[in-house]
Design a protein around this ligand. Structure first.
Ligand code: ADP
Ligand code: MG
Length: 240
């Protein structure tokens, strides 16, 4: 579904992605972990082309990422992204947040978009909040709305960049539960997170990044019980 090959990215002198090769198969859940500054967010942003890359290639479902225009807007719809900060439109209701993309980008009729949005909001457990504004919801609820909003575009893959890092502890589980359900439903997912419980339950594979490189890739069980590199051992020693 997503193939990165020989991807290099520089910010000026800073080499932030170094020869990244990564293949994520349809229905696979890949957790990306690694120290702050290792390039995890840049990797996600490159996959929906919020960042351009210097060298190499990225394909989505066999197609190279489009450069610009309508094709790029469609790509962004096909790659759902959920960030650490919830990024909801503050002056739109929860329902409007979810229907905006399907109406504008996908050309859906309002009535159809609203019906689907209500189903998705129910599915993530905030159906009764549809007519409220983001500020009236808790962080955990807002993040679940952000997930519903991405799903409304019927993405081929979902990217999560530390989706629970900004949440109060008691709200982390309600978001992770939604993500686990998505994973079990067969969604292709790339998830940057340090939530080891999620990685153990839902991930097919853990990718460990450091200094812009993929240093290690393994099943969650192998990675957590028997990391192969000193860098991974050192990192796990700090977070576990
Ligand atoms: P991570 O998500 O693993 O913490 P990032 O992908 O955010 O890492 O950042 C990787 C490196 O690139 C860091 O050194 C960061 O400071 C740098 N970086 C990220 N975005 C930019 C940018 N827009 N301009 C310059 N440097 C950046
Ligand atoms: Mg990051």
């Amino acid at each position: 579904m997503v193939v990165l090959s020989g991807v290099q990215k520089w910010f000026g002198e800073l080499h932030v992605l170094r020869d990244i090769d990564l293949t994520v198969h349809r229905g696979e859940v890949v957790v990306v972990i690694g120290p702050s500054g290792s390039g995890k967010s840049t990797l996600c942003r490159a996959i929906n082309r919020l960042e351009t890359i210097g060298e190499g290639s990225i394909t989505l479902d066999g197609q190279p990422l489009p450069e610009e225009g309508r094709a790029l807007a469609e790509l962004r719809a096909e790659v759902g992204m959920v960030f650490q900060s919830f990024n909801l439109f503050a002056h739109k209701t929860i329902l409007e947040n979810v229907t905006l993309g399907p109406i504008k980008v996908r050309g859906q009729k309002r009535e159809d978009a609203e019906k689907r949005a209500r189903e998705l909001l129910d599915r993530v457990g905030v159906g009764h909040q549809a007519d409220k504004y983001p500020a009236q919801l808790s962080g955990g609820q807002q993040q679940r709305v952000a997930i519903a909003r991405a799903l409304a575009m019927e993405p081929k893959v979902m990217l999560f960049d530390e989706p629970t890092s900004a949440l109060d502890p008691e709200m982390i589980k309600e978001v992770l539960d939604v993500m686990v359900e998505l994973a079990e439903g067969g969604m292709t997912m790339i998830v940057v997170t340090h939530e080891m419980g999620f990685a153990r339950t839902a991930a097919n594979r853990v990718v460990f990044m450091a200094d812009g490189q993929i240093v290690e890739e393994n099943t969650p069980h192998e990675f957590f019980t028997d990391p192969q590199t000193d860098r991974a051992k050192d990192f796990l020693g700090k977070i576990l």
